[in-house]
Design a protein around this ligand. Structure first.
Ligand code: HSE
Length: 285
């Protein structure tokens, strides 16, 4: 029997849609695996009642199939599903790392990211790696078809989870199919600023690098209270705010660890102003 901790992640970071990701210090899933003739899945913890236990429909089950590593898999969810914090990715990544070790397969991180991304495809319809890459590699990751680049960043963050449900599928449907050149120019500038900021642990650059005007505004329509929570976080000193992954979670970058308490409280009251209950996590990359 083998146990791994699989972290929550925040994908996109505004300007890096389907490319950028961050591993968060909390919350996390705990994935336990044991060799078995056939794969079975048991799920407990946050939102477990919404997670399929059929191995063909569960991200961890698909990973076991991809790695040809049948196991009894127990997932204790710390990462609530449909939160924008890479819940399905945490289970997929945890299963990939745990099964690789259990069967002593010696797969590289890149191979494990590919297997875990197949698990993601079951949930979202697309095998994107922007959540599974940071969950497996850690830090800040840039996931592209030609491989993963990572930086071991360190920044204080707040993630605020409003009590509303946005499915990844719905959130992908509102993404515009075409983009104006002005928007491309803005996004490239932001993405480059953000990547440099991550390599310098610079919260100002990272905050500025979250800015983009294509995907986030379209998705903000699905997150009631987003504008209020964003403004409240900025007023409380956050350097930048964006939707975490496909939402509805909202990510704020803070200058100092001590700022997180104030920013977290401000975001919760921002959602409250819009009539939405929310809870905030003080976290970090
Ligand atoms: N990049 C993905 C999206 C992450 O935003 O749709 C969601 O899991």
């Amino acid at each position: 029997m083998l146990t791994v901790r699989a972290p929550a992640t925040s994908a996109n970071l505004g300007s890096g849609f389907d490319v950028f990701g961050l591993a968060l210090s909390a919350p996390a899933d705990v994935v336990r695996v044991e060799k078995a003739p056939e794969t079975t899945i048991e799920v407990t913890g946050a939102g477990s009642q919404y997670i399929p236990t059929d191995p063909a429909k569960n991200t961890a089950g698909v990973v076991a199939q991809e790695l040809d590593a049948p196991a009894r898999i127990h997932i204790d969810k710390g990462v609530r599903p449909a939160s924008g914090l890479g819940s399905s990715a945490a289970s997929a990544a945890g299963a990939a790392v745990a099964l690789n070790a259990l069967y002593d397969r010696g797969h590289s991180d890149e191979e494990l990211v590919r297997a875990a991304a197949e698990g993601e495809a079951v949930v979202s319809g697309a095998a994107h790696a922007d959540n599974v890459a940071p969950a497996i590699v850690g830090g800040f990751t840039i996931a592209r078809a030609d491989g993963i680049t990572s930086v071991d960043a360190s920044l204080p963050l707040v993630v605020c989870l409003p009590d509303i449900v946005v499915s990844t599928r719905d959130a992908r449907e509102v993404v515009p199919e075409t983009v104006a050149m002005d928007d491309v120019v803005e996004t490239v500038g932001s993405a480059a600023t953000l990547a440099v900021g991550m390599s310098r642990d610079d919260p100002s650059l990272v905050g500025r690098g979250l800015q983009e005007s294509v995907v986030t505004p379209a998705r903000a329509e699905l997150v009631r209270g987003y504008d209020e929570a964003k403004q409240a976080a900025l007023d409380a000193g956050a350097t930048g705010v964006t939707i975490s992954g496909a939402g509805p979670g909202v990510l704020a970058v803070c200058r100092r660890p001590d700022d997180r308490r104030r920013v977290a409280a401000a975001m919760v009251s921002g959602f409250d102003e819009a009539g939405v209950d929310a809870r905030a996590y003080q976290t970090a990359v």
